[in-house]
Each structure stands twice: as structure tokens, then as C-alpha cells.
Design a protein around this ligand. Structure first.
Ligand code: ZN
Ligand code: ZN
Length: 348
């Protein structure tokens, strides 16, 4: 079982044995498109993959995380299910949020099952129940997906949402190349895939896919074949930024230059240890604060922590503690970058 778990860790989290990639030759092809897939804007290509030796080094030096009994909050489900007027943001767990604004229900990276893994018997296990179960989820209008890693894209959850909304399934907004995955599982309509800096309009709303520094992999041989992204949602009177999964890079200054400011940002603060292994692909709380500054966020919420066991090495309770320190060190206003309890709803 230990070997099995190890293999799944490699499978899920790390870009092992990535194929060589080369620069696109044609000038009209965006720089992040290569003939073998996609690459990051500001990360040298040799750092897009980890050698087997490096993975083993991490495996044999890593710390196991201790279980934590997080104090969670029971969301007001009847209110959330009926609410089509008030603005709310509920942390369902990890990178899954329900954002309700002007009658629209938007969900980010929905994951409502017990493991972040291709199989049900191994892989990072959920330690806090999703704050809203599949049955209790309000009807969703738009699902925003950042990338195809198992802690962000969960087949059962995606199918469950579509199944529970048969008469009016949500629109799935996904990074370039991911439409095929949806088609393969039978979702052939209402899936829009976008390249970085492309947008999708829905009435007065515009959804923009933006570059972040990460990678993709779902199977054994599909490294970086599909794109990863963050999302900027321009709704009437409000701009939301969902950073997805990312290391710190200049991409955030680029995003900050394109958009005046973000009213609300969802930024990852967990899965950063050990730094020598994780830094390129996962920001730590200090870097998350820099992202908050770069995109000129008025208010940010930390995500991607406290939900799955042994995804990475830092103690499960550490990210919010380090975030508070980083907020203080950056002399930010108290409350400008916070974490929520699992299930907690902010009402604006
Ligand atoms: Zn990821
Ligand atoms: Zn992740």
C-alpha cells in the first residue's frame, strides 16, 4: 500500500518524466504554445519537469502531515439555495468556492468527493467534509476550472453537478485543450475552452482566462498537453480573481496591468513545502500576499489548504498562521487578506 501511495503522489502532484518541449516556430503562435504542449511564461523549460532522483529525494526526506480537527461552520443551506439577490462567498473546501452575485451562482474548481486521486482507495484523502454536499448545492450557472490536477478537477463532482441539473446544466469554462476531457465523459455542450487572455461574454459578464505558473497532467503521458489558467470575472460592478493553482511569477504583475484592480481574489496559500521542491508551482503565503498586491486586490481569501492530507509537507494548520504573519509584515490592512473556516459564508 505504501508503494501504491507513493506512485499516486508522483502521479498526482509531480511533473515526472516530462517530454522535451521546444519553442513554437511560427511567429503568430503564442509563446506558451510549444509543439508538444504548453509552457509557462516565466519559468525556464528545464524547470517544468522534475527528475526521478529529485522526486525520490523528496519522498525519502518528507514529513507526513498530522491530522487536524478543523472547526468548521455549517452553511445556511436554505438561504444559499434560494438566494438570487445577495452577494455571498462560501468556502466549500480546498479551491472550491460558491460565489453568488447578482443572481448568478458561480463555482470554482468543484471537488466534493473523498479523495483527490484517480482511484478511490489511494491518494490524498479529504480530512474535512465538503461544506456543501452535491445534493445541497444550489443550481450552478457557471463552473470555472483552473486545471486538470485531481484536487481541482473531479470527474464524479463534475458529472454529479450536470446530473443534478439535467434541464439546465451549468456552463463550464476551462483552459485550452480541456474540452476533450469533458466530451469524453459525455459533456458535449456548454463547455467553453479559452487560451490565456481570451474571454467569454455572458450578457453583462465577461470571463477572462489569464496566465498563472503551473502545469497539467491527468494520466501518465499527457504532461502539459492541456493548458492551466487563472480566471478574472468581470461582473457588473465587481471584479473577481480566481488564481487557481500557481507558483509566484511575473504573470501577476501582467494581470495587474491589464485590469485596474480586483475587488475580491481567491489565492492559494497552501501546498508549498518543501520549498526546494514546490516553489516553482505552488506559492507560499508570503508570495500569495505579493500576488494580492500585484493584482491590486481589495480583499483576498486564502484557499488550497486544510482539506487534503499529505498533498505536500507543511503542517495543515500552518498556511493561515503564515498568512497572518505575511499580511502583518507587508503592513496590509487587517482583514484585507484572510482565510475562512470550512463552510463559512461571507455576505457583502
Ligand atoms: Zn495543480
Ligand atoms: Zn492543487
Amino acid at each position: 500500500m505504501r508503494t501504491c501511495l507513493f506512485l499516486f503522489q508522483i502521479f498526482i502532484i509531480f511533473n515526472l518524466g516530462a517530454k522535451e518541449t521546444s519553442e513554437a516556430i511560427k511567429l503568430d503562435v503564442p509563446a506558451h504554445h510549444t509543439k508538444d504542449g504548453f509552457k509557462n511564461n516565466y519559468l525556464p523549460e528545464e524547470r517544468m519537469s522534475k527528475s526521478l532522483g529529485t522526486v525520490f529525494k523528496w519522498r525519502f526526506t518528507r514529513n507526513s502531515q498530522s491530522l487536524v480537527d478543523f472547526e468548521s461552520v455549517e452553511p445556511d443551506l436554505s438561504f444559499l439555495r434560494n438566494n438570487r439577490t445577495e452577494e455571498t462567498l462560501t468556502w466549500i473546501g480546498h479551491s472550491t468556492f460558491l460565489w453568488q452575485y447578482k443572481g448568478m451562482n458561480v463555482v470554482t474548481d468543484p471537488h466534493l468527493t473523498p479523495r483527490a486521486s484517480p482511484v478511490s482507495f489511494a491518494g490524498p484523502k479529504r480530512i474535512v467534509e465538503p461544506a456543501i454536499s452535491m445534493d445541497d448545492l444550489p443550481a450552478i450557472d457557471v463552473v470555472v476550472i483552473s486545471h486538470n490536477h485531481y484536487d481541482h478537477l473531479d470527474k464524479k463532482t463534475v458529472l454529479g453537478i450536470v446530473d443534478s441539473q439535467k434541464s439546465n446544466p451549468p456552463l463550464f469554462l476551462v483552459p485550452l485543450g480541456m474540452k476533450e476531457w469533458f466530451s469524453d465523459i459525455g459533456i458535449k455542450e456548454k463547455v467553453v475552452e479559452l487560451d490565456w487572455w481570451q474571454s467569454h461574454r455572458m450578457g453583462k459578464w465577461t470571463f477572462h482566462a489569464v496566465p498563472v505558473q503551473h502545469w497539467s497532467r491527468r494520466g501518465l503521458t499527457d504532461t502539459n498537453e492541456v493548458l492551466w489558467a487563472g480566471w478574472v470575472v468581470e461582473a457588473p460592478g465587481k471584479r473577481l480573481f480566481f488564481a487557481g493553482d500557481t507558483g509566484y511569477s511575473k504573470d501577476f504583475k501582467d494581470i495587474g496591468e491589464r485590469f485596474a484592480e480586483m475587488d475580491l481574489s481567491l489565492i492559494p496559500i497552501g501546498a508549498y513545502a518543501p520549498r526546494w521542491f514546490m516553489k516553482d508551482m505552488h506559492c507560499n503565503p508570503e508570495e500569495a500576499v505579493q500576488i494580492h498586491l500585484d493584482v491590486r486586490s481589495q480583499k483576498s481569501i486564502g484557499m488550497h489548504w486544510g482539506t487534503f492530507l499529505n498533498l505536500t509537507d507543511e503542517p495543515l494548520v500552518e498556511p493561515p498562521v503564515k498568512l497572518r504573519e505575511a499580511v502583518k509584515n507587508a503592513k496590509l490592512e487587517e482583514g484585507s487578506f484572510i482565510t475562512l473556516k470550512h463552510g463559512e459564508t461571507l455576505r457583502f
